[in-house]
Design a binder for this molecule. Structure first.
Ligand code: AMP
Ligand code: MG
Length: 411
């Protein structure tokens, strides 16, 4: 019986990832590819720099002319021309000559060195070079950054701002990435009203739709936030059916053992095949994962707990890795570091605790301090926290000074 089965955090993550489809690829302009999962190996179509060029504003010279220059014995050269970025180096630099050159301008073939403008004194057509420049100084060599055919990026890379610049430099105006997942967010509960709406005495403001939708967008997926559903089978059925239009549906609340928690039966009615229903984790124990439909119409669904902390933690553990895998990212999980625990902590055996925490790097190592309030309704504990401390299921006592694993949260 699936509802009796309590899977471990690790098992649950493995089940989610095992059932992960890969989304189709699409070619997008590089300007639209930030943080997308690259779906092809990229080799350079062109070299960079395309020619030797100056790294400084200065004078293109021959190194043998300036090898002995010094402040007390400057070398005087005749300035025979000027090259700006975008211009062609047509003039020749003969012995005893210099050409004024700007950053990025091609260096004339005979000039093997650039001396910085700050280290020279110019008078009319003459320039005094006051230090001994070495051969090759301030010249960026053809192909020193990228050679044609060089492997630059591999499929699975998360495209960073710098990677987009590299793509542009290497001759790409578009790139193959995985399509973005569409994710629907459906909060459930009779007690919910929207921010700004009149609040009855027994009502609370729907916060989960806002935190979870933001997490979806932060993961690089497209988010469809639905109006929240009431705790009755009809409304749930209608709204869950809408939620299942997306690749992944996140139904929040109504998944625990409450009398009015109808989400599970409605989902079963819609043909959902649950892979797990409860996970040995705290917070976020009543978290469900299931599959609806088949073939090209397959939809994945998470039932996340309504407690505001639990649904955020559940998102980070299960939903974010799934979305990243679907969208073609090689790195699925939050970065993890080992950190020294600041104070003793006790818990019951059986569940992995993911405690909101502040992790800092000091004296060559990470230190982690758990937030004082760990209640699953205390969302404010995330403010200022930058991490989740991983306290393994079997362990009950943790001592100050002990080294534990910590997941670092994105900003
Ligand atoms: P549930 O999972 O539906 O049993 O809800 C657990 C707790 O989370 C209850 O205290 C709910 O009032 C609260 N809760 C459920 N949904 C939301 C929501 N969208 N925003 C804020 N709190 C919620
Ligand atoms: Mg509820």
């Amino acid at each position: 019986m699936i509802e009796k089965t309590l899977v471990s955090l690790e098992e649950a993550i493995a089940i989610v990832l095992d059932n992960c489809p890969s989304l189709a690829c699409e070619r997008v302009p590089i300007g639209a590819a930030l943080h997308r999962g690259l779906a092809e190996n990229v080799t350079a179509r062109r070299e960079h720099p395309p020619w030797n060029n100056s790294a400084m504003d200065g004078y293109a010279v021959r190194s043998e002319d300036v090898a002995d220059a010094s402040t007390s014995q400057p070398v005087v050269l005749n300035v025979v021309g000027e090259i700006q970025a975008g211009a062609t180096a047509t003039q020749v630099v003969n012995r005893g000559e210099a050409i004024r050159i700007m950053t990025g301008a091609p260096t004339p073939a005979e000039a093997d060195t650039v001396v910085c403008v700050e280290d020279c004194d110019r008078t009319g057509d003459r320039v005094q070079v006051k230090y001994a420049a070495k051969r090759g100084d301030h010249i960026r060599l053809k192909g020193e950054d990228i050679t044609t055919g060089q492997q630059l990026l591999t499929a699975g890379t998360t495209l960073s701002p710098a990677a987009l610049g590299v793509l542009a430099t290497a001759g790409y105006s578009s790139v193959l990435v995985r399509r973005q997942a569409s994710v629907s967010v459906l909060a459930t509960g009779d007690e919910l009203v929207e921010p700004g709406e009149a609040l009855g005495p027994e009502q609370i403001i729907n916060s989960n739709s806002y935190s979870v939708s933001a997490l979806v967008r932060d993961s690089g997926a497209r988010c469809l936030t639905l109006p929240s559903a009431r705790d009755n089978p009809d409304d749930l059925k209608t709204k869950i059916a809408q939620a299942l239009q997306a690749d992944v549906a996140l139904v929040i609340g109504g998944v625990s053992m409450g009398k009015y928690d109808y989400v599970k039966e409605v989902l079963e009615g819609l043909g959902c095949r649950f892979k797990f229903w409860r996970v040995a984790v705290r917070p976020g124990h009543p978290v469900a994962f299931g599959i609806v439909g088949s073939g090209r119409d397959t939809r994945l669904l998470f039932g996340l707990p309504g407690n505001p902390v639990s649904c955020v933690v559940g998102f980070y553990q299960f939903v974010r890795p799934l979305l990243r895998k679907m969208m073609g990212h090689e790195t699925l999980f939050l970065p993890e570091v080992e950190a020294t625990l600041a104070a003793d902590f006790r818990k019951k055996a059986g569940r992995t605790h993911l405690a909101r925490a502040t992790t800092t790097f000091r004296d060559g190592r990470y230190h982690v301090q758990l937030a004082p309030q760990q209640g699953s309704g205390v969302l404010t504990s995330f403010i200022g926290a930058n991490s989740l401390a991983v306290l393994p299921a079997p362990q009950t006592t943790f001592s100050a000074g002990e080294v534990i694993k910590v997941q670092l949260l994105p900003e």
